[in-house]
Design a protein around this ligand. Structure first.
Ligand code: SIN
Ligand code: CO
Length: 381
């Protein structure tokens, strides 16, 4: 289990002083840090079709980026390249545990856990991210420079690598295993590896208005909602046929506003949208479906585990009505088992003792059996 070792500030002080505001180095944020996964295993993952991976290196002065799967790294030599694997939390149960210490930030804000293996001189170049990131240094050493937020010219160093012009560092540090560098969105940064190194990046994101509206459009189409047309039986005589007058403008705005103001419909959309996985899930669908009786029996003996990368949320205002959101869909359940569903959304692992009050509850066992047979939760051996 990974635990954050904060000595300079508390989690609450971190949120107040640094979160989304300024970068900070947390020396030995993880004491006695052990890599959850080794470089060979990362290379193995990068050979898989369904895993998103990227190689970044320089050919002479020209930056290069290639997308996986990869089966040959020997051609790259032993310096100046890095291999990045996205959504490591979906593919490695041990690596997913690195997210746990950051749960003081709610899970809907999480993007993913990314790992980069880099050889000396390797890195992705100076760039700016839109996301908050905790870069956790694994084995090896890496030099990180972070500049001030501000006007930085961005340019394509390669068609899939957006870089920034050189910047004055406000942080210039060598990270050692267990050190953490937090960088908020907008601060240019550049990590250059000193010796073969693993960096684990726990990234947090929000959505642009553009992405929200695009998600909303998809949701309305799927749910066949929002099909009502504007009705204007009170129309008054118009003398300017080219004008969209103030009252008509109001009607059009009102059409959209009505949807946003409908908290049942809007929370259905927001919950479904925020719980969508951005990367493929490695579903653990059982070979033989569990019966409710199997689940009722096993729940008394084994820990219940949530699938790595699964997004499962609830709104405090509708949990007791029996609504939650799992992997992009609204899921309804009996309100009497809301306490158990809350535990499942809030935690990655639950012991039989934690689920004791519901272990013989028929409504809960039905809900859980469905979730297990969908491959979203499983019993630890
Ligand atoms: C990396 O680990 O190579 C890149 C991480 C980042 O700068 O966002
Ligand atoms: Co970055």
């Amino acid at each position: 289990m990974y635990q954050l070792n904060l000595t300079e500030f508390t989690q609450a002080q971190f949120l107040k002083e640094y979160w989304q505001k300024k970068p900070v180095v947390i020396r030995q944020g993880f004491l006695n840090f052990q890599d959850p996964i080794c470089a060979d295993e990362i290379a193995g993952l990068a050979g898989e079709e369904q895993v998103e991976s990227r190689l970044v290196y320089k050919k002479g002065e020209q930056w290069q980026a290639e997308f996986g799967p990869f089966d040959d790294f020997a051609r790259l030599g032993d310096k100046d390249w890095s291999l990045i694997v996205q959504a490591l939390d979906h593919w490695s149960e041990d690596a997913a545990k690195m997210i746990e210490p950051f749960r003081f930030i709610p899970h809907w804000r999480l993007d993913d856990l990314m790992v980069s293996f880099a050889t000396p001189g390797g890195g992705v170049g100076p760039h700016i991210d839109l996301y908050d990131v905790f870069i956790c240094q694994g084995s090896g050493k890496r030099q990180w420079r972070v500049g001030e937020k501000g006007e930085h010219r961005e340019f394509a160093a390669h068609e899939s690598l957006l870089h920034v012009d050189p910047f004055e560092p406000i942080i210039d540090v060598e990270l050692l295993p267990g050190d953490i560098l937090y960088i908020p969105p907008g601060f240019p940064h550049d990590g250059v590896t000193i010796e073969n190194s693993l960096s684990f990046s726990v990234g947090f994101r929000t959505n642009s208005t553009n992405a929200l509206f695009s998600g909303l459009a998809d949701h309305l189409i799927d749910a066949e909602q929002g099909l009502e047309l504007i009705a204007d039986p009170e129309r008054e005589l118009s003398t300017e046929s080219g004008a969209i007058n103030a009252s008509d403008y109001g009607l059009i705005k009102q059409q959209l506003q009505q949807f946003l103001d409908d908290d049942v419909k809007f929370s259905q959309f927001a919950g479904s949208f925020l719980s969508q996985a951005k990367h493929e899930l490695d579903l653990l669908t059982p070979e033989l479906p569990f019966t409710k009786e199997d689940v009722g029996f096993t729940i008394k003996e084994n820990n219940l585990q949530k699938l790595g990368g699964l997004r499962a949320f609830y709104f405090s205002h509708s949990l007791n009505e029996g609504r939650c959101y799992i992997d992009g869909a609204e899921v309804l359940f009996a309100g009497e088992v809301a306490g158990a569903v809350k535990l499942m959304c809030d935690n990655v692992s639950l012991t039989p003792e934690q689920l004791l009050p519901w272990q013989d509850n028929d409504a809960f066992l039905s809900f859980l059996t469905e979730q297990i047979n969908a491959g979203y939760w499983y019993f630890a051996q």
